[in-house]
Every structure is written in structure tokens, then in C-alpha cells.
Design a protein around this ligand. Structure first.
Ligand SMILES: Cc1cc2nc3c(=O)[nH]c(=O)nc-3n(C[C@H](O)[C@H](O)[C@H](O)COP(=O)(O)OP(=O)(O)OC[C@H]3O[C@@H](n4cnc5c(N)ncnc54)[C@H](O)[C@@H]3O)c2cc1C
Length: 422
């Protein structure tokens, strides 16, 4: 792997044959997460594809000329022509491999793959999931000198990193931007010395053997596992939703509200998330209609008061979505009154859906004792039904799912484990 500057671009890239070029920045957690994968893959593919790095801030003009707008951005080129889609943000090893493979003949790929050696690493504790629950457990374990690895399929932070503002996490007088709060939590745990393996594919989890396989070839073993995998937004199940996900239908206001400046959107839901995120979305949009299945909102009183006072927000009670249809630039949401069964079509520029969550237990759901909604049952020390396996945060069976409660669970599990390992 080689570091280049704009001055080398002509020779190294435009006339350089097959190249993968990494535009990186400093103080960029996703760039750090990519660095080891990039380095590792350069050893495998380096004879056939040139691996180059370029410092984005130091070569701003070139970055702008190439329309590189975020760090890291990976470009895949052949003599200066881009031959594969760009990768940005929390880039997975499997995504890079996919693009590299598309640049080489099948025989060559076979030869390279035969050179991949499976690796095994050992820790005291594996934490699956780096949201507030997992990060807190990582911090407490690290401070107890327990050798811990945090594994996440995305970048650290969990839901907090995409929540626009947190006003109820103790210790801060002013509301905090979610991404800043999660960044501080993550840095605190990382600086302590917890090992991070993030933006990876978790291929297999064996809770009995305490073994996790990531990116197909890397086995991580430990004495204990903490499951902190959180939840994923529920879908309405209405026709058109899956097809329009990311194309007008969104589950994240922080990520997407900014694209609806002076436009009109629909929000499906009426609980805390729907109501609080609606309030945020009105910073951008002209008009927002909340579609809620009941005759009153289920959010807390304070959030409801704000919404009722907001002139941009209308509420359509006792209605449920029945279909989402794309018509030109618009999304048509067909809703049905749950009592009269009368249907109407609401035309908007986009739809946000906040109708609750489901636990992320896909890789181990048949192994653990769960409650009737599929959340993991734990005892007061966060132990699950399998010896040496703990679970914390939103993924466990409990009444209240908040950052404070996830953080508390992480603390308890870590202290219990540290005591057991002592
Ligand atoms: C829109 C919204 C607004 C919210 N606002 C607030 C608020 O204002 N205040 C408040 O206190 N709470 C709020 N919450 C709730 C709060 O975000 C959660 O309670 C908290 O994030 C739970 O933390 P967690 O660590 O259990 O899970 P999460 O934050 O969900 O993190 C789970 C992590 O596990 C990872 N993961 C998933 N599957 C796997 C796998 N198989 N292997 C490895 N890693 C995996 C995910 O990528 C993620 O990083 C809000 C939630 C939402 C959705």
C-alpha cells in the first residue's frame, strides 16, 4: 500500500492500471475502521491491484474535482476510469472484496482466495453490538482489565448515533446531538483499550462454544459473550414499502429529513419516536401529517404538547397505511380509516415510519429463552439461559428501552462478569 498526493495522481492512477484509492481524513472513526481492512486486503490483492491512500484534507482540490464528498471514499479504477461503484462510510470487508473481484478474471480470484488463511483470536469477553449497552459494558470490562472485543456489523453508536437530539441523558444541561453523545461514549471505551472490530459481517455465532465468526475467515473466541444487538425498526408490511425503502420511505429522521427542505412528508406512528422525530422533521419541511392508528397519541405528554402547538403538523387519527405508490417524484400513501374502512390517498414528497422495533436476535433466536415478543430473557445480573452468555440493552425483555437503561444493563453485566472471571 502506498500513500500518494495530487502530484502523483497522473502517474499512479490515470496511467496506473487497476487501482483502489482510499480518500481518508484524520479524526474520522469510519476511516480508522477501514484502515486495517484495507491494509489486510492489500496483502491479498496487492500483486494485481494497486492499493493507494490519499489524505483528503491535504488534497482538497483533487477530491472536489472527483466529487469525493465524504471520508472515507473508496474509488475503484482502471487507468483512471471508475469500474465499480464507490464505497463510503462504514465500509464492510465483504463490500470491498465484491468490488475488487469485479476487477479481476475468475481464475485470478480463485488463486487469491486460496491464499486466505483463517485466523483465530482469543479474548475474555466478546460483546456483540456497540450501542450504548455494549459500549458501556466494554468500558467497565476494560477498566477491570478484562480483555474485551467489541464486534458490530455497523459503526459504533447504535441508535443514538442517528437520533437528532438527546435531552434526557443525565449530565448534560443542554440537549446533545445524538452522534456526539455516541461518539463520546465510543471514544471513551476505545481509549481505555477495548479492541474494536466494526463494520464487519457477523457470519456465525456459537453461543455454547463462545465463538463468533466474522467476515467468513476470522474466528473470535472468548470465555463469555454479551449480546447487545439492540433492535431494528418494524415495517408496516403495506405493499410498496420494501420497494420504496431508501427511495422515499425512511426510518431515520436524522439521516434523511434534510432532503425534504420546504417539502411535505407523512409520518406513520404516534409513540414517542414518531412524535419527537416529527418535531425535528418540521425544521425542514413545510407540512407534516402524522398518520396514527389510535384516536390519541401514545407519546409522553411533553412531546404531545409540542406537536399540538406546531403549526406545520396535522394529525390523522384512526388511520393505517394500506399501500405506498411512487408517482413521479411523489409518494402516494393510501390510508384506511380503521373504523369506517374509508380509504383516501395522501400525496407527499416522502414518508417516515416510526412504529416500534423488533429485537436483533436472528443469529441466535433458537438457542435462547425469549419472551412472547422475542426479546431475550435475563436474570438481574443480565445472564441469559445459556451459561456464560449475557444480554443487555434494548434486545432484552424489559419494560423501558432508553439509553440510560441500556447503559445500566451494560454496567451490571460487566461487573458480574468481571467478578466471575476474577
Ligand atoms: C428514533 C429514536 C429516538 C430515540 N430517542 C431516545 C432519547 O431521546 N433518549 C433515550 O434515552 N433513548 C432514545 N431512544 C432509545 C435508545 O436509542 C435505545 O434505548 C438505545 O440505543 C439502546 O441501546 P442498545 O445498545 O441496547 O442498542 P442499539 O443502540 O440498538 O445498538 C445495537 C448495536 O448492535 C449492532 N448489531 C445489530 N445486530 C448485530 C449483530 N448481529 N452482530 C453485531 N452487532 C449487531 C447494531 O449495529 C448497533 O450498533 C431512541 C430510539 C430511536 C429509534
Amino acid at each position: 500500500m502506498k500513500e500518494i498526493t495530487s502530484a502523483d495522481f497522473d502517474g499512479e492512477v490515470l496511467k496506473g492500471g487497476r487501482v483502489v484509492l482510499d480518500f481518508y481524513s484524520t479524526e474520522c472513526p469510519p476511516c480508522e475502521a477501514l484502515a486495517t481492512k484495507f491494509d489486510d486486503l492489500s496483502r491479498l490483492y496487492g500483486n494485481d491491484i494497486k492499493f493507494l491512500k490519499i489524505f483528503r484534507q491535504g488534497n482538497r482540490e483533487l477530491a472536489e474535482k472527483l466529487s469525493v464528498k465524504s471520508s472515507p471514499t473508496l474509488l475503484f479504477l482502471n487507468n483512471g476510469q471508475e469500474v465499480s461503484s464507490r464505497l463510503t462510510g462504514g465500509i464492510k470487508r465483504s463490500e470491498i472484496i465484491h468490488n475488487l473481484d469485479s476487477m479481476l478474471p475468475a481464475e485470478k480470484i480463485k488463486e487469491i482466495k486460496s491464499g486466505i488463511k483463517p485466523s483465530v483470536s482469543e479474548f475474555d469477553v466478546i460483546i456483540l453490538g456497540a450501542g450504548p449497552g455494549g459500549l458501556t459494558a466494554g468500558l467497565y470490562l476494560c477498566q477491570s482489565k478484562v480483555n474485551t472485543v467489541l464486534i458490530d456489523i455497523a459503526l459504533p453508536g447504535g441508535h443514538v448515533s442517528t437520533t437528532h437530539e438527546i435531552s434526557n441523558y443525565p449530565g448534560f444541561i443542554e440537549p446533545q446531538a445524538g452522534y456526539m453523545l455516541s461518539h463520546s461514549m465510543s471514544e471513551q471505551t476505545k481509549l481505555c483499550g477495548t479492541i474494536y472490530k466494526v463494520a464487519v459481517d457477523v457470519t456465525k455465532v456459537d453461543l455454547d462454544k463462545k465463538e463468533v465468526v466474522i467476515d467468513e475467515y476470522e474466528t473470535v473466541r472468548a470465555k463469555k459473550i454479551i449480546i447487545a444487538t439492540g433492535t431494528t425498526p418494524n415495517l408496516t408490511g403495506a405493499p410498496g414499502e420494501k420497494e420504496l425503502k431508501g427511495k422515499g420511505i425512511s426510518y431515520c429522521a436524522t439521516c434523511d429529513a434534510k432532503y425534504y427542505d420546504n417539502k411535505e412528508v407523512i409520518v406513520i406512528g404516534g409513540g414517542n419516536s414518531a412524535v419527537e422525530e416529527s418535531e425535528f422533521i418540521t425544521r425542514f419541511v413545510n407540512k407534516l401529517t402524522i398518520v396514527h392508528q389510535f384516536d390519541k397519541l401514545t407519546a409522553n405528554k411533553q412531546a404531545q404538547d409540542k406537536v399540538f402547538k406546531n403549526p406545520k403538523i396535522n394529525i390523522l387519527f384512526e388511520n393505517e397505511p394500506r399501500a405506498f405508490i411512487k408517482e413521479g417524484d411523489k409518494i402516494v400513501t393510501e390510508v384506511e380509516n380503521v373504523k369506517t374502512k374509508a380509504r383516501q390517498k395522501l400525496v407527499s414528497d416522502g414518508v417516515f415510519i416510526f412504529i416500534g422495533m423488533k429485537p436483533n436476535i436472528g443469529l441466535f433466536k433458537d438457542k435462547l429463552a425469549l419472551d412472547q415478543w422475542g426479546y431475550i430473557k435475563t436474570d438481574e445480573d443480565m445472564r441469559t439461559s445459556i451459561h456464560g452468555v449475557y444480554a443487555v440493552g434494548d434486545v432484552i425483555s424489559k419494560k423501558y428501552r432508553q439509553i440510560t437503561t441500556a447503559v445500566a444493563d451494560g454496567t451490571i453485566a460487566a461487573m458480574a462478569i468481571a467478578k466471575e472471571l476474577d
